[in-house]
Design a protein around this ligand. Structure first.
Ligand SMILES: O=C(O)CCc1cccc(O)c1
Length: 548
């Protein structure tokens, strides 16, 4: 079957309503962040309208690197498999200084995870797949509907929306602004983003060619084919390769994007004999900045609209997708009357903490990649020269610290540990995957977490379990029993969600002992855990995690 061409596809222009409208949730922006938000809410039974001023998917390949946490979120949204099937999976990064490799790293050194550390996939595929999923779930997407005025009220946002045929008024009980780095909504609201603008220019060349480079991230500092600057290479599906060339601040952006000027740069990297054609060329400068607040009454900002980083580390789209993972369940619980409105404030505090972590990584990487003084350059080159032989120098090499999810350590929603735990997951951190079995069939732990809260109880005693099971009737909770093959379960267990930890990886990753139990939020972050299954403590932790 012929594959859809998402690059050229035009989306249907939605009709213009002939009267004013009122909707519970409006999402502005149909990029990966806005569509993810809409899908997540639709899966929770919420009615969502998405408005977007365009009717094309992303032009050029733009964001290309999607991290494991994003894949885990997309699995929950029902699009992970499709993304992974089309994308190029990779775990390894290599760093070169001049003409030799000085270091390489594996972003997923332990086996037994369903998903790789990263996939590379052009943004137009990502948006195309998300769009189709949103339509399948009944999300209303209004393409070519542009927000031209916005007023902020205590209990709603009022929008004026302009289409090719006219304009209409749209009242939103809740408005989620996912309208990208230039965020027209942010300007309409009179808000801004603050931070650092980096004085350097980078050239992106996406080239189509047959090449035998492995599916790895390759980063060169000062290579012979592009002296005194850096170069980054990534492979994408359909034989497309992303090459980022650092050009320096003095480069002329008009001249540098001309094919005749880009061709020799690419040819110098690939060798004179390699043939290729251009798929996309652009020049960019970048900034590391964020808004002071992400919430203004009923208006919430997410993704690049709220915070923006350099591309190094692939923390832009990935952190935006994590924003909506954090926000969707909170908004849903509030709209269903199960959480106070103040739960939305925890979206802002948790995701602002994550944004600051991303901004700090991104700024440090950028400073290392583009040193701005002779002394910084000397330090950088000395580190790179020593990295081949000395471990301490390797730890200082920074070609981009690749996107990992934040642990909301200080979140008021967490119940701090009273018992002692080792293992790889901390309270506030995202659940880690592990292989399990259900009736002898293989399962992955992250796929078994529901859309609500999940309580995992390990090798439980029957009495405790019955009390905990009763909580399912009064809270958005599902209980999962995880047991080792030597731990027998009550006869009643045939009707429960039971998983077997045959290889012991789950037990080891969560440092579980008989009776240990773990409360995961709907976004799969661990929010409380105990050595004993006490239903009263669990109920209190659930209450707290819902913002009460
Ligand atoms: O490998 C990285 O650090 C990110 C690669 C990337 C991501 C988005 C745009 C771009 O030009 C490069």
């Amino acid at each position: 079957m012929l594959e859809t061409n998402y690059q050229t596809m035009k989306l249907p222009i939605a009709p213009t309503p002939n009267h004013d409208e009122h909707h519970p949730i409006v999402v502005v922006g149909a990029g990966p962040v806005g569509l993810g938000m809409a899908i997540d809410l639709a899966l929770r039974g919420q009615k969502v309208v998405v408005v977007d001023d365009d009717h094309h998917f992303s032009v050029g390949s733009r964001a290309i690197c999607f991290a494991k946490r994003t894949l885990d979120i997309w699995d929950r949204l029902g699009v992970g498999e499709r993304m992974v099937q089309k994308g190029i999976s990779w775990n390894i990064g290599k760093v070169f200084f001049r003409d030799e490799e000085v270091w390489n790293f594996n972003l997923l050194p332990e086996p037994q995870h369903r998903r790789p550390a990263f996939i590379n996939l052009q943004q137009y595929y990502c948006e195309g797949y998300l769009y189709e999923r949103a339509i399948e779930l009944g999300v209303e997407i209004r393409s070519k509907h542009k927000v031209t005025a916005l007023t902020n009220h205590a209990d709603h946002a009022q929008l004026e929306v302009t289409t090719p045929e006219g304009s209409y008024q749209l009242r939103a009980d809740w408005l989620v602004a996912c309208d990208g780095a230039r965020s027209p909504l942010r300007s309409l609201l009179g808000q801004s983003s603050q931070g650092r603008i980096f004085q350097d220019r980078f050239l992106i060349a996406d080239v189509r060619m047959k090449a035998s480079y492995p599916a790895e991230r390759w980063f060169w500092f000062d290579p012979p084919f592009h002296p005194n600057q850096s170069v980054l290479l990534h492979s994408q599906p359909d034989d497309v390769w992303r090459i980022d060339f650092q050009l320096g601040w003095d480069a002329d952006p008009i001249e540098e994007v001309k094919e005749e000027n880009v061709r020799p740069r690419v040819q110098a990297l690939l060798g004179a004999d390699n043939e290729f054609e251009f798929e996309w060329i652009s020049i960019y400068t970048f900034a590391c900045e964020r808004m002071d607040k992400f919430r203004f009454n009923r208006i919430l900002f997410a993704g690049d609209a709220a915070h923006r980083v350099s591309p190094f580390g692939a923390r832009g789209a990935n952190s935006g997708i994590q924003d909506t993972d954090n926000l969707a369940w909170k908004l849903d619980l509030h709209l269903r009357g199960l959480a106070p409105e103040s739960l939305l404030d925890s979206y802002c505090s948790e995701r602002r903490y994550a944004a600051d972590e991303n901004l700090s990584h991104s700024s440090r990487s950028t400073d290392f990649i583009t040193p701005k003084s002779d002394i910084s350059l000397l330090f950088r080159n000395t580190v790179l020269r020593l990295a081949k032989d000395l471990g301490f120098a390797r730890s200082l090499v920074n070609s981009g610290r690749l996107s990992t999810p934040s642990t909301y350590e200080q979140s008021p929603l967490n119940t701090p540990d009273q018992d002692s735990f080792m293992g790889s997951v901390a309270v506030g951190g995202p659940a880690t995957d592990a292989p399990l079995e259900q009736a002898q069939q293989p399962r992955w732990w992250l796929n078994e977490l529901g859309q609500g809260f999940t309580l995992a109880v390990f090798n439980p005693c029957s009495d405790d379990l019955l009390k905990v099971k009763a909580l399912e009737a009064v809270a958005p909770l599902s209980v999962v029993v995880i047991h080792t093959p030597d731990h027998s379960l009550d006869a009643a267990s045939s009707s429960w969600h039971v998983l077997t930890d045959s290889v012991g990886v789950w037990q080891q990753r969560y440092d579980a002992q008989a009776g240990s139990c773990y409360l995961f939020r709907p976004d799969q972050h661990l929010t409380a855990r105990w050595r004993q299954t006490d239903h009263l403590r669990i109920q209190a932790a659930l209450h707290r995690a819902c913002g009460h």
